[in-house]
Write a protein that binds this ligand. Structure first.
Ligand SMILES: *Cc1c(COP(=O)(O)O)cnc(C)c1O
Length: 388
């Protein structure tokens, strides 16, 4: 308890907040947000047509280094579109990580497909290429029409790795293994806007990737998400699907397939665009905060989750690993009672009632990390700026 009190004092000192509540993550609006939103309202184009949404797509494509980006209402439906475009259907299975936010697995479920949960690694907190490789060696059979699961008889159509809390997973190895088994990769980079692996932006290693701009992410458009492509044809299909599959025509309503009302409103894009102008500044401050946490927790002999090798993390949410679940629980109780918001990792997906009967493979690291991880307050602190 003495140690918990000391940690609480430390967190209060870096956030320069003696008594007030310290949230896990709060957005900051320091730039052109109000100006762009006002401009958007004045233009009357507040819905899904307008210049901000087009410009936001161009700027995100440029920032992440892809040819095309397609804006969506949120990251979950960006994932839904990505899975559909990868050919995932109701008889399929999709490999993913058990330690992720529910959105990843909900999107798989919207296609009618079933997730398979493969273990993660401590170093990246993401899907383990070693475990994935072992799973496929033991369970997969390659046929002319795809990769099949020996145990369930179903086709394994896709794999969705996730860059957890902003830390890149070993995405190049995962893409390579999946291509050997003819499995499509959809990169869930919802939490890792600005994070790079081997110098390349996360979300751009596979045929399709997604990012999210939800209120608690590093950059927010209120709600929003974006699909990332290098294949222009695929991007066109995505845009078509997000706009009710309406065929362009000066006045007639023609829809050539079942579409979705998934396009991001201009109003949200105006907010997102202003936030994007500050993204590098946000990342600089988050990395400065991570450095402070890292040296402090290392001095206490508590394991801080630092960015993995070969990667540049946006440190969206900082975290530590405690020794046991009991210790984790009492730490979270203590800090929250003191007005400092801390949270455990998500409950493992395979333990939720909807996914309890899904196939799991190894899940050893995932269990340990789910039991002992604590997310720490991680908001941008302007005072940590080099200019201050
Ligand atoms: C936030 C998030 C999403 C989806 O984002 P929304 O914009 O909230 O729909 C998907 N996957 C992960 C891992 C996320 O953290």
């Amino acid at each position: 308890m003495d140690q918990f009190a000391e940690i609480t004092g430390f967190i209060r000192s870096i956030f320069q907040q003696e008594k007030d509540f310290i949230p896990l993550h709060a957005p900051v609006f320091l730039g052109n947000e109000k100006q762009y939103i006002e401009e958007c309202i004045d233009s009357t184009f507040v819905s899904s047509v307008g210049k901000f949404v087009n410009q936001f797509e161009l700027e995100i494509a440029r920032y992440t280094g892809v040819n095309n980006a397609v804006a969506c209402v949120n990251g979950t439906n960006a994932l839904h579109i990505a899975l559909m475009l990868s050919g995932v259907d109701g008889d399929d299975e999709v490999i993913t990580t058990p330690l992720t936010f529910i959105a990843t697995v909900n999107a798989i479920s919207y296609c009618g497909a079933k997730p398979i949960f493969v273990d993660i690694e401590r170093e990246t907190l993401g899907l383990s290429p070693t475990s994935l490789s072992r799973f496929l060696k033991e369970n997969a059979v390659l046929r002319p029409n795809g990769c099949f699961n020996r145990v369930t008889g179903k086709r394994i159509k896709a794999c969705v790795p996730v860059h957890i809390f902003g830390h890149p997973c070993r995405i190049d190895e995962i893409v390579k293994i999946c291509s050997e088994y003819k499995i499509e990769v959809i990169e869930d980079a919802a939490e890792s806007l600005g994070s790079r692996y081997k110098g390349i932006h996360t979300g751009t290693f596979a045929r399709v990737g997604i990012v999210s701009f939800n209120g608690n992410k590093i950059l927010t458009s209120g709600g929003g998400g974006m699909l990332l492509f290098n294949d222009e044809e695929l991007a066109k299909k995505a845009k078509h699907l997000t706009q009710q599959a309406k065929v362009p025509h000066p006045w007639e309503y023609i829809h050539d397939e079942i579409g979705y009302n998934y396009r991001m409103p201009n109003l949200n894009a105006a907010l997102g665009l202003a936030q994007l102008e500050k993204l590098d500044y946000f990342i600089e401050l988050k990395r400065a905060l991570a450095e402070k946490y890292k040296s402090y927790f290392t001095s206490l002999d508590i394991e801080f989750v630092a960015e993995p090798d070969d990667s540049y993390s946006n440190y969206w949410l900082c975290c530590v690993l405690l020794n046991t679940k009991e210790e984790r629980n009492s730490f979270i109780d203590f800090t929250n009672n003191q007005g400092i918001m801390t949270r455990p990792a998500w409950r493992l997906m395979n333990e939720l009632p909807m996914f309890r009967d899904c196939q799991v493979f190894e899940i050893v690291q995932a269990k340990r990390i789910a039991d002992t991880l604590v997310n720490l307050p991680s908001s941008v602190i302007p005072e940590l700026s080099k200019d201050n």
